[in-house]
Design a protein around this ligand. Structure first.
Ligand SMILES: Nc1ncnc2c1ncn2[C@@H]1O[C@H](COP(=O)(O)OP(=O)(O)OP(=O)(O)O)[C@@H](O)[C@H]1O
Ligand SMILES: [Mg+2]
Length: 283
């Protein structure tokens, strides 16, 4: 079932300076996203990923074209609160997203504003803390947390909203490897258990590979859209675009060049390990 529809979306940032040209950050984007999809958006700096994400809950409005969430046109400002109950956003910098003076109050902030019963709020806060493994931070003052811990708190706040859809703009950019793994695990669980629609912008290919669908942006356009397998098959093209190819894909390729029999289906470290095991056990 279609959840998000983007039709001929163009966004132009108008310049106030007469000397400077206007900037077309999004150029005729067309996308259809179904309920329950887990999607990564990748692309080099300035390709338009964040601008696109901001259209999904009305933080930016189209210059041309339209965006629909669950059938509601995002531009219709009277409906914006409805949209924000369906899509929650997590940004790269958690500092701008934390409001309360104690972590658990911050996570409760959204549900409290929705006027939910106490018990329900408590349950949601518990779930959010638990799913990100940050129960121990519940009484902390957010300004005393590390960047990564703050980001986990911001994500917990979004999870507590129980919106159908989470849009995350480089949520793991400030996290250490363990924090990144924790966030990916939590996102996968939200997707699998609650059929949440998850759209994450990332520069980490290892993360993109763990989703179901990758959208590649370049210069304001969607230039590729497919499964991780389809996207990483065309390694040359990805590299030409300035994007990284996952290390396991590169190693598998290198081994094939050297005549080692490795299946074409290697995208993760686990898959590479299985293939190598086969090679070793044949010897
Ligand atoms: N508020 C703004 N005013 C003017 N130009 C902007 C504004 N926000 C973004 N841009 C421009 O729009 C283009 C797309 O920016 P955007 O932030 O969407 O890229 P991105 O793909 O998210 O990049 P990154 O990977 O660095 O986060 C860039 O050229 C950027 O300079
Ligand atoms: Mg960005």
């Amino acid at each position: 079932m279609e959840f998000i529809k983007i039709e001929h979306l163009t966004h132009i940032f108008k310049s106030n300076d007469e000397q400077k040209k206007d900037l077309k950050a999004l150029d005729d984007i067309n996308l259809s996203i179904n309920k329950g999809e887990f999607i990564a958006i990748i692309g080099v700096n300035g390709s338009g990923k964040s601008t696109l994400a901001k259209h999904l809950n009305g933080l930016l409005l189209p210059t041309e074209g339209a965006c629909f969430v669950d059938g509601i046109k995002v531009e219709d400002s009277e409906e914006i609160w409805k949209i924000r109950q369906k899509v929650s956003m997590v940004f790269q910098n958690p500092d701008n997203q934390i409001i309360a003076t104690i972590v658990e109050d911050d996570i409760a902030f959204g549900p409290e504003n929705m006027g939910l019963p106490r018990e329900e709020i408590r349950e949601r806060v518990e779930f959010a803390l638990k799913s990100l493994h940050i129960e121990h931070l519940r009484k902390f003052a957010p300004h005393l947390l590390s960047g990564g811990q703050k980001q986990l708190t911001a994500i917990a706040g979004a999870i507590a909203m129980r919106t159908n859809c989470l849009v995350l703009d480089e949520p793991t950019a400030m996290l250490d490897p363990q924090g990144r793994i924790a966030v990916m695990k939590a996102l996968k669980e939200l997707h699998e258990k609650y059929n949440m629609t998850i759209i994450m912008i990332t520069h980490f290919m290892e993360e993109a590979m763990q989703t179901q669908r990758i959208i590649v942006m370049d210069d304001g356009k969607v230039i590729r859209d497919g499964t991780p397998k389809q996207i990483f098959e065309d390694k040359k093209k990805l590299k030409a675009l300035g994007l990284e190819v996952p290390l396991s894909v590169d190693i598998a390729d290198e081994l094939r060049h050297r005549g080692v029999k490795i299946s074409d289906d290697v995208f993760t470290a686990e898959q590479l390990a299985v293939e190598l095991e086969k090679v070793v056990s044949c010897r």
